[in-house]
Ligand binder design. Structure first.
Ligand code: ACO
Length: 374
């Protein structure tokens, strides 16, 4: 039920001369060179939710750590929010849309069945040379999208990819179910990844992905689709349906195991991890994972209090904030870990080499390239 890319046993090797990229034994490192995020302006607080369902700010904070979440406006969608985050990531990488070879969007809340969110973003950011497609593995969607894109870089099939996690969870939340509606929010995050130059920090060092479709009924939403009324024994339901305790148990176990495996496969120990930037479902899940890994919470990046669970957008939003906050230094080994419906889970370790343009400066000064910074 779990696979890994054997990244550690396929250390990047670079060609000596032109044309050697066609040699299938060659593997390139993928570095993250730009980060971006977008959160819609409307904020829904726990106190607002008290007016909607039988709940309290105290219960939500104690059981989940969430205080507020952002909600998309009527004219916003996963593709419009994803495009905003992408523009910021492109500026922070100091590149143009036309430099991008590939756009991959992780989302379980696309604008519609097709066209893909990725093609809409591709058009919005002027990535006029790029192929584009979506990846859906619920809250693990961003990690799946990043792993897929990194394989394109590793193989030489692409040199520069835009990877987006974007969700409009508010459109599939059951706003009458207090057990789920308090947990989710909307938003988008994006990264630019590029072929690393020889001698740069290692970039992506390991990737572990796992799944267990046998437990699909713990968390699902069929949404408005063409499936039969009952599919695989699950009743068709437009809204999120969740067994909170079942998800909690599985999330802690899978996140901890996948994170350990990814650290091992990178040839590192937990002590080598400078910062874990995990999916953001619930503070208690993250605390249990950290305990299981023997990783102090000071080295776990948490922003779920402000945004709730934005599914596949959590990790790129958090990475972008961690970069802005100066919590990433070139050479740091960073851990991603995600878990979601499917069930699906994954973890990745990468070595940070710094974005080219700090996000704040990138937004002010456009996409002017500068020396690498954290
Ligand atoms: N406000 C007040 N009371 C509530 C609320 C609420 N919003 N929601 C549930 N309750 C009640 C329940 O009805 C129950 O009442 P009862 O004892 O009278 O039956 C009581 O609180 C306890 O319910 P539990 O479900 O046992 O509460 P728990 O401590 O497990 O917390 C929660 C629930 C927060 C959903 C937790 O199980 C959880 O976070 N699970 C993980 C789910 C998750 O993160 N999903 C996100 C998607 S998957 C992913 O991204 C990882």
């Amino acid at each position: 039920m779990s696979c890994n890319s054997a990244w550690a046993t396929r250390r990047p090797s670079y060609p000596d001369g032109a044309g050697a990229a066609k040699d299938h034994n060659i593997s390139y490192a993928a570095r993250i060179s730009g980060v971006g995020r977008y959160l819609p302006s409307r904020i829904l607080t726990n106190h607002d939710l008290e007016q909607m369902v039988d709940t309290s700010d105290e219960w939500i904070v104690e059981r989940s750590g969430i205080r507020e979440r952002h909600i998309a406006a009527d004219d916003e969608s996963s593709s419009t929010m994803g495009a905003e985050a992408a523009r910021m990531a492109i500026a922070s990488a100091g590149i143009e849309g036309s430099d991008i070879d590939l756009v991959v969007a992780g989302t379980c809340t696309p604008d519609g069945p097709f066209p893909s969110v990725a093609t809409r973003i591709q058009h919005s950011v002027g990535a006029n040379r790029a192929g584009a497609f979506d990846v859906n593995s619920a809250c693990t969607g961003f990690l799946s999208a990043l792993g897929t894109s990194a394989q394109f870089i590793a193989s030489g099939a692409a040199e520069c990819a835009l990877v987006v996690g974007t969700e409009t969870m508010s459109r599939i939340v059951d706003w009458t179910d207090r057990g789920t509606c308090v947990l989710f929010g909307d938003g988008a995050g994006a990264l630019v990844i590029e072929r690393a130059a020889e001698g740069e920090p290692a970039g992506i060092e390991s990737l572990v992905l796992g799944s267990d479709g046998g437990q699909a009924d713990l968390l699902y939403s069929h949404g408005p689709c063409t499936a039969p009324v009952v599919l695989d024994g699950l009743e068709q339901e437009a809204k999120i349906v969740m067994d909170g305790r079942g998800i909690f148990r599985n999330a802690v176990t899978a996140l901890t195991k996948a994170a350990r495996q990814a650290i091992d496969e990178a040839g590192l120990t937990v002590d080598d991890i400078s910062l874990c930037v995990p999916h953001q479902p619930n503070i208690r899940i993250l605390q249990a994972m950290a305990r299981g890994l023997d990783l102090p919470m000071e080295r776990v990046f948490v922003n779920l209090d402000k945004y709730g669970n934005t599914s596949s957008a959590t990790i790129p939003i958090a990475l972008s904030e961690a970069s802005d906050a100066g919590r990433l230094q070139p050479g740091d080994h960073i851990l991603f870990a995600a878990f979601g419906g499917g069930l699906s889970w994954g973890a990745m370790v990468f070595q940070w080499s710094g974005v080219r343009v700090p996000v704040a400066a990138a937004m002010k000064a456009g996409a002017a390239a500068a020396a690498p910074v954290s």
